[in-house]
Design a binder for this molecule. Structure first.
Ligand SMILES: [Zn+2]
Length: 219
């Protein structure tokens, strides 16, 4: 091993501390996983899914990408959702964005960063959809944070509209989709008060959330 020695040392310490507390932890976990939750979050290194919600290995199924997007043609994300819902039978999917998201900021600034520009086009679709509200906000930080919130609502709707989730609800599977925002500056989660548990709730609950989030900016 030539490099990154310290990371392997960290790993040994981490595994040792868990084994000391529970000698059966890893042997038990190696046989199966039964998480109740699927976390869809941003790749940002400051938003570590398990740590934020205090869950151990085995308790949270995770998908992360830049700006926590759920794109209907993204086979990676769709495969994660499908496996989580159909095989692991998770009961909750949370889309968790975060304030001050660099991906969202890059999309908002229409600046060029290479290949990722293509990915961020999807955020720009969200910007166009909510331009009437966003254009009323002059403060850059406020606008960014509002877009982070609106983006989570749109991605929650996208999760709900996947054939995977629609089919799960149609067969009576218990499944709730949530929209959250994480604060980098205080480490706290904010619930956007979106909890959708069936196809017939998508429009009303997402519209109510969007109205709450944009109330201060609309006449
Ligand atoms: Zn981010």
């Amino acid at each position: 091993m030539r490099t990154l020695h310290e990371l392997f040392e960290n790993n040994k310490r981490w595994a040792k501390s868990i084994t000391e507390r529970d000698p059966e932890f890893f042997p038990t976990l190696s046989k199966q996983q039964a998480p109740k939750y699927l976390w869809i979050g941003c790749s940002d290194s400051r938003v570590p899914a398990n740590e934020i919600v205090g869950l151990m290995p085995g308790e949270l199924f995770v998908h992360r990408n830049v700006a926590n997007m759920v794109i209907h043609t993204d086979l990676n994300c769709l495969s994660v959702i499908q496996y989580a819902v159909d095989v692991l039978q998770v009961e909750h999917i949370m889309v968790c964005g975060h304030y001050g998201c660099g991906g969202i900021m890059a999309a908002m600034q229409y600046s060029s960063h290479g290949l990722i520009d293509n990915w961020l086009r999807h955020v720009q679709d969200v910007i166009r959809k909510h331009s009437s509200v966003l254009n009323t906000i002059t403060d850059g930080k406020e606008k960014l944070d509002k877009l982070c919130e609106l983006n989570v609502v749109e991605q929650v709707i996208n999760v709900c509209q996947t054939t995977i989730v629609e089919s799960a609800w149609a067969r009576g599977q218990k499944l709730s989709i949530h929209g959250w925002l994480y604060g980098l500056s205080d480490g706290l989660l904010h619930d956007l008060s979106i909890c959708i548990t069936g196809t017939d709730e998508i429009d009303d609950i997402s519209q109510a959330a969007l109205s709450r989030l944009t109330k201060a900016y609309t006449k």
